[in-house]
Design a protein around this ligand. Structure first.
Ligand code: ADP
Ligand code: MG
Ligand code: ZN
Length: 477
C-alpha cells in the first residue's frame, strides 16, 4: 500500500520587544537569575497584566506578511496547567479568537513550482520561566517568564519532512525580514513542534497524529519526522497501527535518532481555557492598522525583483533572498557597479565556501560587501586573473588590508601591457625558430606550447586572452 504523509507545524517565535508581554520588565539577557522580574511576572497576588503594544504591532505585521485576517477584536485566555516554572498556575494565551487567522505562505518545489501552505492562526501568548536542575538542588528562574511569543499554527498541508523544513525556513526568513524576532534556533527564540500522521494515498480523512515537541534545528526536525513516519508505516504494515500509534506527545532523542513517548496528548478541554478576567478584550485601534500595514519587502518579492532587475538565475535569487543579511550584502555589492553574475558567484560560491570553512555566517564575514566588490572590479578591469583573485580572497580572509595592497603584496598583478607581452613573445619565438617553422608548416597544435612558454616566462601573470591574440598575430605574419 502507498501512504501519504500529513504534517502540521506549531512554531513558537519569541518576539523581540523591549519589554515583556504583560509587564514592563526588560526581555534582555540577565546574568543574575530572577533579575528581570516584577510582581506581574512573579505571579504575586493582585498584580495586574497590561498588554504590550509593541507585541501587538509585531503580530499584526506578521498577519500582513502572510495575507491573513487580523482580528480587530481578540481575546486573551487563561490556559491552566501546573508546572514549577509557571507560578500563576496558568499561561495567558489566546484561544477561540486569536489576533491573526487564515493566512498562507508559499514554498518552492524542486521543479520551481510553488505550493501554498495554509496558516490556521497566529496568536500572542507569554513564555514560561526555566527550571534549572543541578545535583542536589533545583531552582526556578523567572527571567524568561512573560516574554512575548507568537505561536504560528499551520494547516496539515505539508506532505514530507522536506516540505516541513522548507516551510520552516520560509517562516524563519519572513520573521527575520520583518525584524519581529531574532529567530535564533539554538537560543530557543524559534522553536517548533511537529504533528505527524500518515494515511493511505487517496484518503482525505485525518488519521491519528503524534506531536513531537521542541525541535531546535532544521536537521533534527527532518530526522524526527522521518523516524516517526517510518514508525507509523511499519506499525500499519505489521497490523499493529491502532495499538502502536496513539495520540500523544513524543520527544526526539537526537543522540539515538529516535522519538520516545513523553506523555499522553492532552485535549484542549484539559486546560479549562477561559477569558482572563484581568484583561479586557484586545480591540486594536485603527491607527495601529495604519502604522503596521506597510511591511518591508518579503523574501518572495525580493527574489522576483532580483531576477527581473539583475537578470540572475531563479535558483541564485532564491538562495540569496532566503536570508535578509545575504540579500543586503548582495545589494551592497551591486552599488559598486559590478556585473551581477560575478557578484552571485563570488558571494554564493567563493565567499560562502570560505565562511563555511571558518564556521562564520555572513554577518561575521571579515570581508565586507564593498571589499568583495573591489576584488571583482580588479578581475573585471583585468588587473588580476580569476584564479589569482581566489588567492587574494584567501589572503583577505586572514588579513584585514585593502584589496590593491593585497594584490601588490602577493605579486599577483596581471600583465596586460601589450608591448610587455609582445617582447616576451618575440623572445620565446626567436629561441624556438625550429618550432615556429613546424607550426607554419601545419603543426598547429604547437600553438599551446607557445602559450605555455609565454605564461611561464611571465610567471603566470600575463593576461591569457591577450597572449593568445598577440601570439596568433605574430605567428600569422
Ligand atoms: P493542539 O493545539 O492540541 O496541538 P491543533 O488542532 O491546534 O491541536 O493542531 C495542532 C497542529 O496539528 C496543527 O498544525 C494541525 O495542522 C496539525 N494536525 C491536526 N491534525 C493532524 C493530523 N491528523 N496529522 C498531522 N497534523 C495534524
Ligand atoms: Mg499543540
Ligand atoms: Zn515583570
Amino acid at each position: 500500500m502507498e501512504f501519504e504523509v500529513v504534517i502540521g507545524l506549531e512554531v513558537h517565535v519569541q518576539l523581540n520587544t523591549k519589554t515583556k508581554m504583560f509587564c514592563s520588565c526588560p526581555t534582555s539577557f540577565a546574568e543574575m537569575q530572577n533579575k528581570n522580574t516584577c510582581p506581574v511576572c512573579l505571579a504575586l497576588p493582585g498584580a495586574l497584566p497590561v498588554i504590550n503594544e509593541e507585541a501587538v504591532k509585531k503580530a499584526m505585521m506578521f498577519g500582513y506578511a502572510i495575507n491573513a485576517t487580523i482580528n480587530k477584536k481578540s481575546i486573551f485566555n487563561r490556559k491552566n496547567y501546573f508546572y514549577p516554572d509557571l507560578p500563576k498556575g496558568y499561561q495567558i494565551s489566546q484561544f477561540e479568537i486569536p489576533i491573526v487567522e487564515n493566512g498562507y505562505l508559499f514554498i518552492e518545489k524542486e521543479d520551481g513550482t510553488k505550493r501554498k501552505i495554509g496558516i490556521t492562526r497566529a496568536h500572542l501568548e507569554e513564555d514560561a520561566g526555566k527550571n534549572i536542575h543541578s545535583i542536589d538542588v533545583s531552582k526556578v528562574d523567572l527571567n524568561r517568564a512573560g516574554t512575548p511569543l507568537l505561536e504560528i499554527v499551520s494547516e496539515p498541508d505539508l506532505r514530507s519532512s522536506d516540505e516541513a523544513v522548507d516551510y520552516l525556513k520560509k517562516l524563519h526568513s519572513i520573521v527575520r525580514y520583518l525584524n519581529i524576532s531574532d529567530a535564533n534556533m539554538q537560543e530557543g527564540s524559534f522553536r517548533c513542534d511537529a504533528n505527524v500522521s500518515i494515511r493511505p494515498k487517496g484518503d482525505s480523512k485525518l488519521y491519528t497524529r503524534v506531536e513531537i515537541k521542541n525541535l531546535n534545528s532544521f536537521r533534527f526536525i527532518k530526522r524526527a519526522i522521518d523516524y516517526e513516519v517510518e514508525r507509523h508505516i511499519e506499525a500499519w504494515e505489521d497490523g499493529v497501527y491502532e495499538k502502536e500509534v496513539v495520540q500523544e506527545t513524543r520527544l526526539f532523542d537526537s543522540q539515538k535518532g529516535v522519538t520516545k513517548s513523553m506523555r499522553g496528548k492532552e485535549e484542549s478541554a484539559d486546560y479549562r481555557y477561559f477569558p482572563d478576567p484581568d484583561l479586557l478584550p484586545l480591540v486594536i485601534p485603527d491607527s495601529f492598522f495604519e502604522e503596521t500595514k506597510n511591511i518591508p519587502e518579503l523574501p518572495d518579492e525580493k527574489e522576483e525583483r532580483f531576477i527581473k532587475e539583475y537578470g540572475i538565475r531563479a535558483y541564485d535569487a532564491a538562495l540569496i533572498a532566503s536570508s535578509i543579511e545575504m540579500a543586503d550584502y548582495f545589494e551592497n555589492m551591486l552599488k559598486e557597479k559590478i556585473d551581477p553574475k560575478n557578484a552571485v558567484t563570488w558571494l554564493t560560491v567563493e565567499l560562502a565556501a570560505r565562511l563555511n570553512k571558518e564556521n562564520l555566517d555572513i554577518t561575521k564575514s571579515p570581508i565586507d560587501a564593498k571589499k568583495l566588490s573591489k576584488l571583482i572590479k580588479r578581475i573585471e578591469d583585468k588587473t588580476i586573473s580569476n584564479k589569482a583573485a581566489k588567492d587574494v580572497l584567501d589572503y583577505l580572509m586572514q588579513n584585514s588590508i585593502d584589496v590593491d595592497e593585497a594584490i601588490e603584496k602577493l605579486g599577483l598583478k596581471q600583465i596586460s601591457d601589450e608591448s610587455q607581452i609582445l617582447s616576451m613573445i618575440d623572445d620565446i619565438l626567436s629561441k624556438n625558430q625550429d618550432k615556429v617553422n613546424e607550426y607554419k608548416n601545419g603543426k598547429e597544435k604547437l600553438f599551446g606550447f607557445f602559450v605555455g612558454q609565454v605564461m611561464k616566462a611571465s610567471k603566470g601573470k600575463a593576461d591569457p586572452k591577450l597572449v593568445n591574440r598577440l601570439l596568433k598575430e605574430r605567428l600569422s605574419s
